[in-house]
Design a binder for this molecule. Structure first.
Ligand code: NAG
Ligand code: NAG
Ligand code: NAG
Ligand code: NAG
Ligand code: NAG
Ligand code: NAG
Ligand code: NAG
Ligand code: NAG
Ligand code: NAG
Length: 749
């Protein structure tokens, strides 16, 4: 309490009021706001013109309250919020002769004297809203008086709405408002938030209200019955009608929705209306959503409509081809169809309104039109070349056809926010008058170089004004991709030149982490990319190193192997030369007696001499049955001995060889002893003619062949290669044995 008083005192002293304003008031400039049940004691300073009285007790109002102090006659605007008293007394406003605006609100008032408005001779505007208990008849009787002769604006919002009883807007109702003995000049009428048992258009006209009323607001009203709605007359003064969020009787809905063919004659009353607001009637409709494919010829109806608002009405499809009167075509400037469930609008519906400046199609389902009728969607606003504002936000649109805005060069505001756009591949280059391009809340993860260029050029071209592009709240990606990086840097560079704030609405995702672009996204991404690059380089160089290393090792091992082999072969040769070779023979040559002639006479001596030549010894190096089997000993034993005494076994394979039982035995024995075997084919033998073991050897190891020719035959590959192979196999065999020996030693030790 105390600070309020102090404040009001200081304020009043500051504005140099001689007698200060009352302790219950706060004065700011020429306005005093007072909280008191009884204002009769209030002292107002000279310059106060506007007063607000709160917590007033209407029982304390008398014909002296405002007349006792002549200062009240200076007041032009008075707002009263009363909370006590059930009635408004006789001539209580006497003394307020300068008043042009009176607001009086009392939820408890239920009755008023017929001369309550006495003395308000200059009142232009009466706000009698929130008098929810006031009896309509009591109010009407006071309006029948000669009081309020200059009244223009009347607000009766919520009148009698506390009760179930309804208001009848009938002949008497409109007669009392218009005035009986005096003809009031009512231009503005607001009777929202009431329930009309009856509303009579004819009565409205008959009382001359159509000669004065410009604006009628009947919002949040319930109309149980409407009479005379097919008025045969145009309401000539009526310019603005707002019946939004009201409940109309079914007959009206029927008529507005489907009888388009009769619409012209039926709607004569509205011909002069310039602004029509019919929002939110859809919520009362039980019927299926509004859709109509019939064409309408309205060219004979001289509508003067400038603004048409049909928001929140469950309109699903507008497939009208409307023919409009050429006056209407000219005047229509503003259309809002926001908040419906529009899936389709024929381009022919909008096309006649070539002067359209404002079009709001937000919060609809136009993504369906884009998906199913993209060609028509592209043409939707083709002929609305004067469009300044286009709102297509909240439509779930995933793609804008590239030439959609080609003709709309006058566009200043283009709102595409809150859609599902993932790319900006449509043409905006011609929109050089653009002031706001809103793309926020879409699905754009980066902006390609071409679009960035276009936007920069546009921002530079619109030099007479400032272009602002909203690119906020988008799922930008922060990654090492050039496009992603450049987008983030570009946004950084251009914020507050043409990209709009606030900064915290720009975020990006780096590996599942959400980052603020204007905080640390760039640094984090850069360091992330540095790490990635190092990892990648490391991975590449490591694998290269590995490959080289492996190759190196392989080559090294190979060279080592070759060197060792050479060394050991030399070793072997010297062993043989000096007679230290542990085996008696290098090779055991096994053959069938049927091939004895060829083997004993030709192959055996040659083989022996070739080997002797290679090893530089004169020892016999090949063991063979004819020369080395001891007579009298069992053949099997001799074979085993010979194989054991030789490093390598050579099998001279022929068809006969394969058929001989003991030949097979030799093969088996050699195989069992795990000795290297070289096959020497003396003739062509089919694999299925060989025994099991022989076939295995044949398919697994390379073999040599004896080819008979005119010179008595030759070896393939030649003797030298065969002998080298025999020597290498010998070396390998002795290596294997040494290795085995080493392991045995290691185990036994
Ligand atoms: C106020 O009303 C009383 C009677 O109720 C009357 O005598 C008196 O003259 C009125 N005063 C004014 C200023 O009208
Ligand atoms: C208003 O004033 C009357 C008469 O003095 C009194 O009876 C009533 O209680 C007051 N009402 C309020 C809400 O103060
Ligand atoms: C009615 O009031 C309006 C607005 O105040 C004014 O323009 C008009 O001239 C008035 N008409 C008559 C008939 O007084
Ligand atoms: C009218 O009624 C609506 C809903 O009942 C409410 O939100 C609004 O404030 C009311 N307006 C007035 C001026 O009473
Ligand atoms: C629009 O109406 C025409 C007939 O006038 C019809 O052929 C067409 O299919 C309708 N389009 C839609 C999307 O309903
Ligand atoms: C309007 O249309 C009518 C025919 O419907 C035509 O005669 C008249 O010339 C047109 N007026 C203008 C200004 O185009
Ligand atoms: C735009 O107007 C031209 C010329 O009047 C017409 O040919 C075209 O069909 C119209 N486009 C649309 C989409 O209505
Ligand atoms: C863009 O639209 C969003 C919501 O759709 C809104 O919050 C934002 O303020 C708009 N931006 C501008 C610059 O108008
Ligand atoms: C947005 O578009 C994507 C395909 O680009 C689609 O999968 C998704 O369902 C759409 N989201 C909405 C809400 O339409």
């Amino acid at each position: 309490m105390y600070p309020t008083v102090a404040l009001s005192l200081t304020v009043c002293m500051f504005i140099a009021c001689s007698s200060a304003c009352s302790t219950s008031c706060v004065c700011i400039k020429d306005k005093a706001t007072c909280r008191t049940p009884d204002p009769s004691g209030l002292v107002l300073s000279e310059h106060i013109r506007e007063v607000v009285l709160q917590d007033l007790n209407a029982s304390l109002l008398t014909n002296n309250t405002f007349s006792a102090n002549s200062q009240w006659s200076q007041i032009e605007t008075l707002e009263i919020w009363a909370n006590g008293g059930e009635s408004l007394g006789s001539r209580v406003f006497t003394g307020l002769s300068g008043l042009t605006y009176l607001g009086y609100h009392n939820e408890h008032m239920f009755y008023m004297e017929y001369d309550a408005f006495y003395g308000l001779d200059h009142l232009k505007e009466l706000d009698f809203s929130t008098n929810i208990r006031l009896q309509t008849m009591s109010f009407l009787i006071s309006m029948y008086s000669k009081n309020l002769p200059r009244l223009n604006k009347l607000t009766l919002t919520g009148l009698h709405s506390y009760y179930v009883e309804t208001i009848n807007a009938d002949y008497n109702f409109f007669q009392s408002i218009a005035g009986l003995d005096i003809q009031r000049n009512i231009t503005y009428l607001d009777i929202s938030n009431v329930t009309f048992g009856e509303f009579n258009f004819q009565a409205f006209i008959q009382n001359g209200l159509c000669d004065s009323v410009h604006k009628v607001y009947l919002r949040y009203a319930t109309f149980l019955n409407i009479q005379g709605y097919v008025a045969e007359e145009t309401c000539s003064s009526l310019e603005v009608l707002d019946i939004s969020d009201s409940l109309l009787p079914n007959i009206m809905l029927d008529f507005t929705i489907s009888k388009i063919d009769f619409l012209c004659r039926l709607t004569m009353f509205y011909f002069n209306i310039e602004e029509l607001y019919i929002n939110g009637l859809g919520k009362y409709m039980m019927t299926p959503p509004l859709q109509d494919d019939r064409d309408g010829d309205l060219s004979s109806c001289p509508y003067k409509m400038r603004k048409l608002s049909l928001e929140n009405n469950l309109i699903k499809r507008l497939n009208y081809t409307v023919k409009l009167h050429n006056d209407t075509q000219k005047t229509m400037e503003w259309i809002s169809l926001a908040g419906n469930i529009l899936e389709f609008i024929s381009p022919l519906f909008l096309s006649p309104s070539f002067n359209l400046k404002y079009l709001d199609l937000s919060s609809n389902q136009l993504h369906k039109m884009q998906e199913h009728y993209e060609d028509m969607f592209e043409l939707l606003i083709q002929n609305n070349t004067k469009l300044n504002v286009l709102k297509l936000n909240r439509n779930g649109i995933a793609r804008i056809p590239s030439n959609m805005f080609l003709t709309n060069t006058e566009l200043e505001v283009l709102d595409l926010s809150d859609n599902n756009l993932s790319s900006l591949d449509f043409n905006i280059g011609r929109l050089t008058n653009l002031k706001v391009l809103n793309l926020s809340y879409n699905a754009i993860s980066y902006i390609d170089a071409q679009t960035r260029d276009t936007m920069e050029q546009l921002a530079a071209a619109t030099n007479s004004h400032k272009l602002r592009i909203d690119l906020s709240n988008m799922p930008y990606i922060c990654s090492c991709d050039d496009n992603h990086m450049e987008t983030i840097q570009w946004i950084h560079r251009n914020l507050d030149t043409f990209i709009t704030s606030p900064r915290e609405d720009y975020m990006c995702t780096l590996q599942d982490e959400r980052l603020y672009i204007f905080q640390n996204a760039l640094e984090k991404t850069k360091s992330y990319c540095r790490v990635q690059r190092v990892k990648r380089d490391l991975a590449i160089s490591l694998s290269i190193v590995c490959v080289f290393l492996l190759i190196g090792i392989a080559v090294f091992l190979k060279i080592q192997g070759i060197r060792r082999r050479q060394r050991e072969r030399k070793n072997l040769l010297s062993q043989i030369e000096v007679g230290e070779f542990p085996k008696k023979f290098l090779a055991f040559l096994s053959f069938s007696s049927d091939d004895a002639e060829l083997v004993v006479n030709t192959i055996l001596p040659r083989l022996n001499s070739e080997l002797q030549l290679k090893t530089g010894t004169s020892r016999v190096l090949v063991c063979s049955g004819d020369r080395h089997f001891r007579p009298g000993y069992a053949l099997g034993e001799e074979i085993i001995r010979c194989i054991e005494d030789s490093a390598v076994t050579i099998l001279a394979v022929s068809k006969n060889f394969c058929q001989k039982e003991w030949c097979r035995k030799e093969v088996q024995e050699t195989y069992d002893q795990n000795k290297p075997i070289v096959l020497l084919l003396l003739e062509r033998v089919e694999p299925d003619e060989m025994g099991k073991v022989l076939r295995k050897l044949f398919s697994r190891y390379a073999h040599a062949s004896w080819i008979s020719d005119s010179n008595g035959g030759h070896m393939e590959p030649d003797w030298s290669i065969l002998c080298d192979a025999l020597l290498d196999l010998t070396v390998e065999q002795s290596e294997k044995n040494t290795f085995k020996l080493k392991w045995l030693n290691w185990f036994s030790s």
